[in-house]
Design a protein around this ligand. Sequence first.
Ligand SMILES: *Cc1c(COP(=O)(O)O)cnc(C)c1O
Length: 387
Amino acid sequence: MVGAVKPPIAFLDLQAQQKRLGSGLRQRVERVFEHCRFVMGPELQELEEKLAAYGGVRHAVGVSSGTDALLAVMMGEGIGSGDAVFLPAFTYTATAEIVLLLGGTPVFVDVDPDTFQISLSSLACRLDDVRRAGILRPRAIIGVDLFGQPAPWQELRSFAEREALVLVADCAQSFGASYQGRKLGGEALATTLSFFPSKPLGGYGDGGAILTDDSEKAALYRSLRSHGEGEQRYDVQRIGLNARLDSLQAAVLLSKLDIFEDELRRREEVACAYDAGLPALVRKPMRVAESESAWAVYCVTLPTGELRESLQLHLKEADIATAIYYPKPLHWQPAYREQHDGVSLPVSEGLGEKVLALPIHADLSDEAIGRVLDVINQWARVQNEPQ
Ligand SMILES: *Cc1c(COP(=O)(O)O)cnc(C)c1O
């Protein structure tokens, strides 16, 4: 390469973000050290109030991770042996894992070839498959807002209502996004969030939350996150979890909430710059209508697996980080092979080798965006030259 050595472009820059958070972050954390209520301290309640207001729902329940949020919601519905839970095959393992942990069966649904969100037509087919086989009881749908864009919530809600299924929203990647003019949070009976450090609203460790408008369910989730406690501490009403959100994490998240809107705006700017500057050979993420993405992931698609590999290598040589979400659909993973009924899910099966996620975060400079685009355009020109 010619010219001066350029600094690597990271997928995420938590150090730069920490600088932006400044002394406010440290003051929040210091306060926890002062009161020493590390579990169920005042920061948790403050955070829950702010999360509920942000998501436009009545209740937020802080939990230890996005996975535990899903687990508690499924426990709250009594999901267990013989129950079918429908979910997209093209998602993170956590969405499916919790169903199996409870003895239920995840039924994998294909995704839309344009938006990569759960496909309603595949969902209808999969429900038919389960009903025809007559072994499992259809119980719930977990919609996932993949990469930060909303799943087709309106259609999912009508479908779930018509078929008498419980609808749950896995918004681990999309908190901060909006759909039809309002922030996501109240699309389903319960919405689960993850505060894993790389998510749009990330903590300094694991964390999560459940949003709901249903007061009884909120009380149930509070009980489930804390060993099935009743009104009193040692009143054990049910089998629960140890899945509370630490005061320290809540303090960090409160500080990050202060800059969250600014960060979302910057992520949108990065996405727009990529949209405008990418060559035709690289397919941009399709935007879901009537929505604003939280841009957890900016995922492009290449025409073939070889081209994806070639571009990823080219970016790596230029010290630009990329990632692949997800290399394999869940039904092809060893852990789920036995649960899958053998039905082919062609879109999910084809995406794994063609997708590539580019760096997107609030601390990505214009200069860095320009470099990413230069490297990709230079690569595309070489691909288009006659051999
Ligand atoms: C990250 C993620 C989860 C799990 O969240 P954790 O906080 O890591 O447990 C669940 N579903 C999806 C779609 C995710 O991206």
